[in-house]
Design a binder for this molecule. Structure first.
Ligand code: BGC
Length: 760
């Protein structure tokens, strides 16, 4: 359906020129010029306003305050609104009742899938499969756009090395290189090659910047970091997303250098626009503008003016910009050009999405009926989930399980379909997600018997459990005493051939505002685990978590551990696929699992210090170490087992040295030495031995996921050139410095083979 403006002759002439989606930049510019020439100051400021539609449903909207504001041209976009009829209704107010009929953006947190939910981002990153990850974003865009959405607040690319921080679950782990690859893949997936297509949506990258480095792992907390570390470690994923063409970016809640990111000109303008060439719009996070009052950065008028002047274009929820910019302009605190620049960027986004051509482009009831939560999409979500699981331990090949005998399934996460999608899955159909119990039953049919008991609550403390099961994601707390609940499970476990223990965190124990100081499995669940061990039966631990957990004791005492994160709507079937060996696990950790929370932040790419401990030792006086715990993680970055085994040859170089203009090729032969087909993520790390600023002991620079049949060999070659050997020096110039480099290749960050070369 074509849509035409028709308000008045003047408006019509100016705006009917806006009805072509395939516009060149300059003609879009001209059209925006003519539209802006018609806009009042109030209407321009209105475009900068992004309220939450909250619980609005069709009907209520008409009489709501938001509906009135839309009609008055005081809203640029809406979020937290779901379904084509609801969105169509809001859009119709904008394009039929407002003076200039400017269409609205409709945003949502489509984070890891829409109704077909994929694993939480931290899990997804453990697939190390960029094609697969891109396809998840593509499918999420397809479903969301079929339901009226045209902008997603994703990907979240905040690097984090602090497992206490609950939002580590929403990112891609600890590494700048892997994080950057994933950032690009996600943006490509959401936006495709044509943003005006009705099945692509605009990506809003978040949270810019450094949000994952909040002090003490406490959400929204202060960040303080050297510029060198920002540029070398924390910035690359944001820059990668910008380079991939992300249409918008979200300012983070934290402050940087004592200035909240939301009003940090250095961040939002100097780095983002001047250095990186970002052309899209910057939106605040939820009430990010008004929160600057509590940061101690001024009253609402002052912080709003500072945010606009710093380069913020859109205000999510606060309405600080809406309510104060006109006054600030009058007082000379901001300029009209600044308002115009921000307004233009919002209008440009609407042009890019083709909304001026057809504001109902994303409102197609037929698509909503036929393209969401389809059997095909769910099958893909199941495949993705099975590839995100990380096999942490598998003594004596306890896994895969056989479909015979009796399997006892116990644990608070075993029969919990509403937990499976994990945090930030607002569009999910939680009750239709596949629980592990259902997955096991589906998998064995009548070939084996599955018996179930809960065995323990999530946590002994009912108040803690209430906080960890918000948003209707109840775990149906069992009011009986813990030992009674446990004994019931032990009784059924005694009759089983094998025990599967589904333990760990609930979905809402990670995510926003879910920081923890103790990152272990809750004590009452560990009591259950101890009791299960005492039965003498083999116990497979299926670990649900949104963060790395301290599972040293578990790693020492259980023969098999499969880390399944929160696998999404099809989690239960996917877990069964791996437990029974229909899928051979291939996930590799994108985040280090510490022994103890006191080691946090722990990450493989650390600096050497002047007093490194030295290989193979665990304590030496006056060295970099703890008295009570070794420096080792329980499971390192890049780690993950398979039901088969792989061996690596020594890496070979095609040259012993290169100049800055040359590249060097590293080749390694990988053999599947087991008796099953399997996939392996071949990882390449470098160490720049001497730098004008010190370099990490290892840095991931390349990886490839390959599939090998049992007994098959393959040579994998990686080419390294100047860019891969460069880093930001103390002047923040990106340089490669001549000297010696070590190259490591292996199946994780610790178990590697080494060679060396020289950069001349
Ligand atoms: C979160 C963002 C999210 C926004 C909108 C905020 O609380 O930090 O990640 O996109 O809400 O829902």
């Amino acid at each position: 359906m074509k849509w035409f403006y028709s308000f008045s002759a003047v408006v019509f002439i100016a705006l009917s020129a806006c009805t072509t989606s395939t516009t060149s930049t300059s003609s879009a510019d001209e059209k925006i010029d003519s539209l802006m020439a018609l806009m009042t100051l109030e209407e321009k400021i209105g475009q900068l306003n992004l309220p939450s539609a909250g619980q609005f449903t069709t009907g209520e909207a008409e009489s709501s305050d938001i509906a009135k504001k839309i009609e008055q041209g005081l809203v640029g976009g809406l979020f937290n609104i779901k379904s084509v009829p609801a969105i169509r209704e809001m859009q119709s107010i904008a394009v039929e009742k407002s003076r200039l009929k400017i269409p609205l953006l409709f945003a949502m947190d489509v984070i890891h899938g829409y109704e077909s939910v994929f694993p939480i981002p931290l899990g997804l990153s453990c697939t190390w499969d960029m094609e697969l990850i891109e396809k998840t974003a593509r499918m999420a865009a397809q479903e969301a756009s079929a339901d009226g959405i045209n902008l997603t607040f994703s990907p979240m690319v905040d690097l984090s090395r602090d497992a206490r921080w609950g939002r580590i679950s929403e990112g891609s782990g600890e590494d700048p290189f892997l994080g950057s690859e994933i950032a690009r893949a996600m943006v490509r997936g959401y936006q495709g090659d044509d943003l005006t297509a009705n099945n692509t949506i605009m990506s809003c990258v978040k949270h810019y910047a450094l949000y994952g480095a909040s002090e003490a792992g406490l959400d929204y907390n202060t960040v303080d970091m050297s510029r060198n570390r920002m540029y070398n470690e924390y910035f690359p994923p944001y820059k990668a997303a910008v380079d991939a063409g992300a249409g918008s970016i979200m300012a983070s809640f934290n402050e940087i250098d004592g200035i909240p990111a939301t009003a940090n000109k250095w961040l939002l303008t100097d780095v983002l626009r001047t250095q990186w060439g970002f052309k899209g719009f910057v939106v605040s996070d939820y009430t990010g503008v008004s929160e600057m009052v509590d940061h101690g950065y001024g009253n609402i008028q002052e912080v709003s003016a500072k945010a606009l002047a710093a380069g913020l274009d859109m205000d999510m929820v606060s309405e600080g910009l809406l309510n104060t910019l006109a006054q600030s302009l009058k007082e000379g605190k901001i300029t009209e050009q600044q308002i115009n620049a921000a307004c233009r960027r919002i209008l440009e986004a609407k042009f890019k999405l083709g909304l001026f051509d057809d504001p109902y482009r994303y409102c197609d009831e037929n698509r909503a009926k036929n393209e969401i939560f389809t059997a095909e999409n769910r099958a893909f979500a199941r495949k993705v989930a099975s590839e995100s699981f990380v096999l942490l331990k598998n003594q004596n090949n306890l896994l895969p399980l056989k479909r015979t005998g009796t399997i006892a399934l116990v644990g608070p996460l075993a029969d919990a379909s509403n937990q499976m999608s994990g945090t930030w899955s607002v569009a999910a159909r939680h009750n239709e997600s596949i629980s592990l119990l259902k997955g096991l039953q589906n998998a064995v049919g009548n070939q084996a018997k599955v018996i179930y008991a809960k065995g323990s609550n999530l946590d002994a403390d009912s108040i803690f459990e209430a906080k960890a099961t918000l948003f209707g994601k109840t775990l149906h707390r069992d009011p009986r005493p813990a030992d009674v609940i446990r004994e019931e499970a032990v009784r059924i476990a005694r009759n089983a051939d094998v025990i599967v223990a589904a333990v760990g965190e609930s979905a809402e124990m990670s995510g926003e505002s879910s920081s923890r100081t103790d990152i272990g499995i809750p004590e009452t669940q560990r009591d259950l685990l101890k009791a299960l061990l005492k039965t003498g039966k083999p116990v497979v631990l299926v670990l649900f978590t949104g963060r790395p957990l301290t599972i040293k004791w578990e790693s020492e005492n259980f023969p098999a551990i499969l880390n399944v994160w929160f696998g999404g709507s099809e989690a239960g079937d996917a877990i069964a696929d791996v437990l029974f060996g229909d899928v051979n696990p291939s996930g590799k950790l994108s985040t280090t699992f510490p022994q103890h929370v006191g080691q946090v932040p722990i990450y493989y790419a650390h600096k050497n210090t002047g007093r490194p401990l030295g290989e193979g030792k665990w304590f030496s006086k006056f060295r970099t170490n703890y008295l009570d715990v070794s420096n080792d993680p329980v499971y390192p970055f890049g780690y993950g087992l398979s039901y088969t085994t792989f061996s690596y040859s020594d890496p070979k170089l095609d040259k012993a040295s290169i100049t800055l203009d040359e590249s060097i090729t590293v080749s390694v032969e990988i053999t599947n030495t087991g008796n099953r087909d399997g996939a392996e993520v071949v990882q390449l790390y470098i160490r720049d031995l001497v730098g004008s600023v010190t370099r990490p002991v290892k840095e991931l620079k390349a990886f490839r996921k390959i599939t090998l049949k049992a007994g098959e060999k393959q040579t994998v070659s990686f080419t390294l050139s100047k860019n891969d050997l460069s880093f930001y020096n103390s002047d923040l110039n990106f340089v490669a410095e001549p000297g010696d480099f070590e190259v490591f290749v292996g199946g994780d960050s610790q178990n590697v083979k080494k060679t060396t070369f020289t950069l001349k």
